[in-house]
Every structure is written in structure tokens, then in C-alpha cells.
Design a protein around this ligand. Structure first.
Ligand code: CP
Ligand code: NVA
Length: 281
């Protein structure tokens, strides 16, 4: 998809197809990359804001799924509760794509593996160190990295670890693929020998009430020049964005020569086009 786009444009494999995009939370990348992706493939995307749908409030999730299925060829949804993704999928007659839930962020994960492959040249055996909150983004990195034979190392403050069930699932995948999964409460131990250093916001959407407490706990996990120096020389730096510069990542690192932050953002569009073509063409 990316090579075709760079060579002048994609084949219109989704001509006449439509995607309904349901958002319960704000978005820049997910909204614009899905919308442009549909456009590039000859289809059309419809943005449905939190105020319009009122998923589970104005109307039940099941009814939203049933109704949208009569109009569009696919649904992409960004929700608070992961249960709502599962419920949409259960009642929709068209494919449902998870555009981020409180549990995971699979489109981001798929994009990130593509970006690592572009920059590092392989995935198997690559050490991906994630430093920060044990949240939705690292859940997708663990589950995907486990399947892909990567060495995924996660460093979080005590009390902000990834859920045990996610770690167990990732370890089961890693046992099959030859990958590795490790956890620590020490950011320096986490990034030792890492090929990739990844971070995300300390306070995810929906956790705003905890922001002050989190800002007090997370500073030792900031991705700054000192922490990057403890990784493998030339390690790439990743962040799903939006970045809170000066909190989880410093400007010099985000804008430095090892940063691939904006390649990641661009690659959302290419990776999602592959998902869309696979599901809707
Ligand atoms: N990374 C990501 O999903 O960004 P948005 O929240 O802007 O969509
Ligand atoms: N963990 C972040 C990711 C944003 C793309 C959040 O859920 O807000």
C-alpha cells in the first residue's frame, strides 16, 4: 500500500465502499488516516462524533450496530469500554475495526510493527522496550510482539503494570514464536540493549481525574537523552502520539535523529489501508 501510494496512487479497490467512523473520544491520527485511506482507495468515510451517536446512551450499542450495518460497508469505532467494540462486532453485519478502546489499540500496534520493520529490517529477535503506563497501547505491542517473535520488555511504575491476563497471553504467544516478554519497575533495566524505545502518555483519555497523581509518579520513566543513552546505540524512538512534551518524552528526543514518531503517524494510513482492503474489498 505504501509503495503503491508513493509511486503515484493506490488502485481504487474500495470504489463505492463506505466506512462509518464512530468516535467517543478525540482523535487526530485515527480519524484523518482512516478518512484519507478510504479516499485513496476510492471509497468514502463518514465521521460520527460523540455528540451524534451517543453510543450506549441515546441508543443501545446493539441498535447502533444494526442500523449502521444497513448503511455502510464497515465500521471503525473508538470507544471507552472495550465491551462496546465486542458488542458492535456481535450485532453488526459488517466488519468492525477497533480504533482504540480502554483495553488495546490494534491499528496502532500493526502500524508500529510495520514501522519497526522499515527501520530495523526485521522483527524476530528485535528488542522493543516500552517505558511508561501499562495501558492500551502497550497491550497491543505485547500481544503483537509476542506473536512476531520479538523481545518485548515493559517498564512501568509500581501500581501501573500491564494486566496479568495480557502478560500471560503475550507469554503464551512468545512461547510459540520464540519471542520473549519481560517486565520491570526500573526504566534503565527495561531499555538495556533495546533496539526500540517506545513511550506513550502517562494519562490516557478517560483518566483525566488521575492526572495529578500520575504526574507525581511517572517522571522517573521519562524518555530523555539519559534514558536513550542506556539503550542500544542508534535505537529508534517511538511514540504513538499525541505526545506530552516535557512529560513522557523530551523535545530533544522527540525531534532528535533517532526519532521515528512522524513515520509512525504516516504509517497509520498505509497500515490501515491494508486492513480496509482486506476487510472491505
Ligand atoms: N495515535 C493515535 O491513535 O492518535 P489519535 O488519538 O490522534 O487518533
Ligand atoms: N494511551 C492513549 C493513546 C492515544 C492514542 C490513550 O488511550 O489516550
Amino acid at each position: 500500500m505504501k509503495a503503491e501510494w508513493q509511486a503515484g496512487g493506490n488502485q481504487p479497490v474500495l470504489r463505492g465502499k463506505t466506512l462509518g467512523m464512530v468516535f467517543q473520544k478525540p482523535s487526530l491520527r485515527t480519524r484523518v488516516s482512516f478518512e484519507m485511506g478510504m479516499l485513496h482507495l476510492g471509497g468514502h468515510a463518514l465521521y460520527l462524533s460523540p455528540n451524534e451517536i451517543g453510543l450506549g446512551g441515546r441508543e443501545s450499542v446493539a441498535d447502533v450496530a444494526r442500523v449502521l450495518s444497513r448503511y455502510v460497508d464497515g465500521i471503525m469505532a473508538r470507544v471507552f469500554s472495550h465491551e462496546h467494540i465486542l458488542e458492535l462486532a456481535r450485532y453488526a453485519r459488517v466488519p468492525v475495526i477497533n480504533g482504540l478502546s480502554d483495553y488495546n489499540h490494534p491499528c496502532q500496534g500493526l502500524t508500529d510493527f510495520f514501522t519497526i520493520w522499515e527501520h530495523v529490517g526485521r522483527l524476530s529477535g528485535v528488542k522493543l522496550a516500552y517505558v511508561g503506563d501499562g495501558n492500551n497501547v502497550v497491550t497491543s505491542l505485547l500481544l503483537g510482539g509476542g506473536k512476531l517473535g520479538m523481545d518485548v520488555s515493559v517498564g512501568t511504575p509500581a501500581g501501573y503494570e500491564v494486566k496479568d491476563a495480557v502478560l500471560a497471553q503475550a507469554r503464551a504467544f512468545a512461547a510459540e514464536s520464540g519471542g520473549q516478554v519481560s517486565t520491570s519497575n526500573d526504566p534503565y533495566q527495561t531499555v538495556a540493549d533495546a533496539d526500540v524505545v517506545y513511550t506513550d502518555t502517562w494519562t490516557s483519555m478517560g483518566q483525566e481525574a488521575e492526572q495529578a497523581r500520575r504526574k507525581a509518579v511517572f517522571p522517573p520513566f521519562q524518555v530523555n537523552a539519559r534514558l536513550v543513552a542506556a539503550a542500544r546505540p542508534g535505537a529508534i524512538i517511538m511514540h504513538c502520539l499525541p505526545a506530552h512534551r516535557g512529560d513522557e518524552i523530551t523535545d530533544d528526543v522527540a525531534d532528535g535523529p533517532q526519532s521515528v514518531l512522524f513515520d509512525q503517524a504516516e504509517n497509520r494510513m498505509h497500515a490501515q489501508k491494508a486492513i480496509l482492503a482486506d476487510l472491505l474489498a
